[in-house]
Design a protein around this ligand. Structure first.
Ligand SMILES: Nc1nc2c(c(=O)[nH]1)N[C@H]1C(S)=C(S)[C@@H](COP(=O)(O)OP(=O)(O)OC[C@H]3O[C@@H](n4cnc5c(=O)[nH]c(N)nc54)[C@H](O)[C@@H]3O)O[C@H]1N2
Ligand SMILES: Nc1nc2c(c(=O)[nH]1)N[C@H]1C(S)=C(S)[C@@H](COP(=O)(O)OP(=O)(O)OC[C@H]3O[C@@H](n4cnc5c(=O)[nH]c(N)nc54)[C@H](O)[C@@H]3O)O[C@H]1N2
Ligand code: SF4
Ligand SMILES: [Mo]
Length: 706
């Protein structure tokens, strides 16, 4: 891979290469990497010319060179030599690419000859890149006829809810939050997970806007807002319905907007009138006056904007909650203003050519008019342990994992571990590091990082496409994901010419003519043309063209056509053994399980912690910093208690997502989370989880000796 053509500047000395942050973060920053004369990347910075990035990166990606040049990078293919599971590097031996690829191709081919659906790809958003995340890999598994993966682990409840209400993953342009007068930050710790939105919110605050944070946890973001509404986890729909009740009671409604641009107002009105603030206050565990005040603010301030985020949909009723919140801006006509409305995800606003990139037409089953069976990534724990059956299909015999670390991030990890530990399961993991999942691999294949490969990115938090050029040559023998699948395709004899497309060609295909590729090449990003006030005149991308309070599509599935409050599966007060509700939002200096092995960042986080309110700690004799055991029927894990009012009484916050092997007892928070799915979108319910916590005398004693 040559870098000179990628240079922006300077004939000699360091060069600067434009790129894109690959991480699963709404901000999709534009990067500038400085590369010295020896081809070594010395610095990664934000591109000052990209308005959303504005030259600023988060702490995590400022450390990107530390991560890329980490001494523990996997730099050659590795073959397992010992038993599956954690136990150090002695368990693997380096092998050549030819040996690894020949063996993998042969193993997959022999399974595919019998039962292609016994092969399962498992990937998520370790990189959000369209090339390294959803192009050659998909073509490969489609041609193979492998099982399809339902990629639900993060956002599908909210995405489905938004689609059923507004018609797609569409919303306000993030930059216009700067002009809002009232911003509700709903289920999001923006300072930690959406920093560049937060910068716009700060501008609004300086211009006099009121900021309200709706979150069970007193997050860093809650600290900086004018008001914090610390509701119980999983009660957001009740709050939204009570807000509607007050909007109706005080006639803070935009009747004209409702009449012209919404569907199902009469039944929604009836539903909302069943939710007086007193009822919601009881359910949410917050003062009734706080609800009344929020309704007054929302009903009487324009422009008013809602930054909804995925943190509030990880419970049984998460889909309905997003639907309820997404109805609010149409009631007040907030959408009339470019600085009003709502943003959950902007990813539906890009003209992505997914069929071109992924080629679903290659599936051999397509000829017979069917598709392969689909496995939900959220229930990987159960599904790896399932035997063949007519309902399930063949037992899973091979898993190829890339861009994901399921042993650490998937719920109910006791079962996930047992599944990956199966001796009769053939597991290939494409990775930068020997993660918890890679510990169970038969082969670990070294993947390039964002500094080393081509890619192109859309964003779920803004509306710019960002191009990533390689800044340095691949380290060691690392190959890009797309290259690895291209190499496997060649060995399997896949003949379609699409298997020869280069990574750079795939970048061009991602948006075809719909995005100006020359502009991407010259400035690193290109803005998608979208009206400023998208729904000022209705024009929702829903079947009716309206904001659908009532969804006929949901009703046709036998579901409630209107949004409602669905109490958590694990409802507090229903199981005396497990009195505490646990949520497990991200730690600020990690990105899911990425960066946990980067020492400087891990040192900031310190160690795995559980925030617990002083009253709950005292009742259990738990001192600050004490080692505690968090447990329920699914499992238990150990961490340190942080006795803090960041936790509301009755709710504990287990900040995630630590690598199991870097935790206290080789486990992490997902030992206790469940595989139950949300009401809409088949998504996980990580934050719908009852536990008990106890001081862990044995561990504490062991630590004090050490
Ligand atoms: N630093 C950092 N940034 C990240 C990530 C990371 O791991 N670290 N992860 C990235 C990913 S994959 C995603 S999906 C996004 C997620 O981005 P967001 O959806 O904005 O999620 P978080 O910032 O985790 O904030 C979730 C917040 O929701 C709160 N919460 C939990 N349960 C409830 C509830 O029932 N109701 C309400 N109202 N709030 C609730 C939590 O306490 C937490 O503060 O962030 C991305 N950005
Ligand atoms: N308890 C609890 N669990 C959660 C959550 C929570 O809030 N609480 N959040 C959930 C959410 S929102 C999400 S999105 C999921 C995230 O789960 P995952 O998508 O699995 O995300 P990561 O843990 O960051 O793991 C991504 C892996 O991809 C690798 N990777 C990155 N780039 C590349 C590449 O180019 N090639 C290859 N081959 N590998 C690459 C990284 O090294 C990393 O190990 O976790 C979920 N799990
Ligand atoms: S804020 Fe998000 S997009 Fe920007 S550098 Fe950090 S992780 Fe990447
Ligand atoms: Mo996510």
């Amino acid at each position: 891979m040559s870098t000179p053509s990628a240079a922006i500047s300077l004939p000699s000395g360091p060069i600067q290469v434009r790129g894109a942050c690959p991480h699963d973060c709404p901000d999709t920053c534009a990067l500038i990497t400085t590369v010295d004369d020896n081809g070594v990347a010395t610095r990664v910075q934000g591109n000052p010319d990209h308005p959303h990035t504005d030259g600023v990166l988060c702490a995590k990606v400022s450390k990107y060179t530390e991560r890329s040049y980490h001494p523990e990078r996997v730099l050659t293919p590795l073959k397992r030599t010992g038993p599956k599971g954690p136990g150090g590097s002695g368990q693997f031996a380096p092998v050549s690419w030819d040996e690894a690829l020949d063996d993998i191709a042969q193993r997959l081919q022999s399974i595919a000859a019998r039962a292609p659906e016994a092969i399962l790809p498992y990937s998520y958003a370790g990189t959000m890149g369209m090339v390294q995340g959803e192009s050659m890999d998909r073509r490969f598994f489609h041609q193979l006829g492998a099982s399809l993966l339902d990629r639900t682990i993060c956002a599908s409840a909210g995405a489905e809810a938004l689609t059923q209400t507004l018609g797609g993953k569409v919303g306000m342009k993030v930059e216009f939050f700067a002009e809002s007068q009232l911003i509700l930050i709903w289920g999001s710790n923006s300072i930690g997970s959406n920093l560049h939105f937060w910068r716009y919110a700060q501008q609004a605050k300086r211009n006099g806007a009121r900021l309200v944070c709706i979150d069970p946890r007193k997050s860093e973001t809650a600290d900086k807002c004018h008001e914090h509404i610390a509701l119980r986890p999983g009660t957001d729909a009740a709050l939204a319905l009570a807000l509607m009740h007050e909007l109706i009671a005080h006639d803070w409604l935009d009747h004209d907007y409702i009449a012209r641009h919404t569907l199902g107002w009469d039944p929604l009105r009836e539903r909302a009138l069943q939710w007086p603030p007193e009822r919601a206050a009881e359910v949410c565990g917050i003062p009734v006056e706080q609800i009344r005040q929020l309704a007054r603010d929302y009903g009487t301030t324009q422009p008013a904007a809602i930054r909804l985020n995925y943190g509030m949909q990880r419970v049984r009723g998460g889909g309905n909650a997003v639907r309820a919140v997404a109805c609010l801006p149409a009631l007040t006509g907030a959408w009339r203003h470019r600085a009003g409305g709502l943003l959950l995800s902007s990813s539906g606003q890009f003209p992505a050519q997914r069929a071109v990139l992924q080629r679903p037409d290659l599936m051999p089953q397509a000829a017979a008019g069917r598709v392969p069976r689909t496995i939900n990534m959220t229930t990987i724990g159960d599904d790896l342990l399932r035997e063949a059956s007519p309902a399930f299909g063949p037992k899973v015999e091979a898993v190829v994992v890339y861009n994901s670390n399921p042993v650490a991030v998937a719920p109910d990890s006791g079962k996930v571990v047992r599944g990956f530990a199966r001796e009769d399961l053939f597991t290939v993991v494409l990775e930068h590091f020997q993660t918890d999942t890679a510990d169970y691999a038969d082969y670990i294949l070294p993947a390039t990082t964002q500094l080393e490969h081509w890619d192109v990115h859309l964003s779920y938090g803004h509306t710019d496409v960002v191009l990533n050029r390689p800044a340095i040559a691949p380290l060691g023998e690392a190959r890009s994901n797309a290259q690895i699948f291209r190499d496997l395709a060649a060995r399997m004899g896949f003949a379609d010419p699409c298997f020869a497309d280069t990574d750079e060609a795939l970048c061009r295909q991602a948006f075809g003519d719909a995005v100006d590729y020359a502009l991407l090449e010259s400035q690193g990003f290109a803005t998608v043309a979208i009206p400023d006030a998208l729904f000022a005149e209705g024009n929702f991308p829903s079947p009716s063209g309206k904001c659908e309070f009532y969804s006929a599509r949901l009703a046709a599935q036998g579901l409630d056509g209107l949004p409602d409050h669905l109490p958590n599966y694990e409802l507090q007060g229903t199981d005396a053994r497990y009195p505490l509700a646990m949520i497990s939002p991200p730690a600020r200096n990690f990105l899911n399980s990425t960066f946990v092995n980067v020492t400087s960042l891990r040192n900031i986080e310190g160690r795995p912690i559980l925030e617990i309110h002083p009253d709950d700690a005292e009742a259990r004799g738990i001192a600050n910093d004490a080692v505690v055991r968090v447990f329920n029927d699914r499992g238990s894990y150990q961490c340190h208690a942080t006795v803090s009012r960041r936790a509301r009484p009755g709710v504990v916050n287990g900040l995630g997502i630590w690598w199991r092997k870097l935790g206290l007892d080789g486990t992490n928070v997902n030992e206790v989370t469940s595989q139950a799915l949300t009401d809409l979108g088949r998504a996980p319910t990580f934050y719908d989880c009852l536990v008990e916590v106890e001081a862990c005398a044995a561990a504490a004693a062991a630590e004090s000796v050490a």
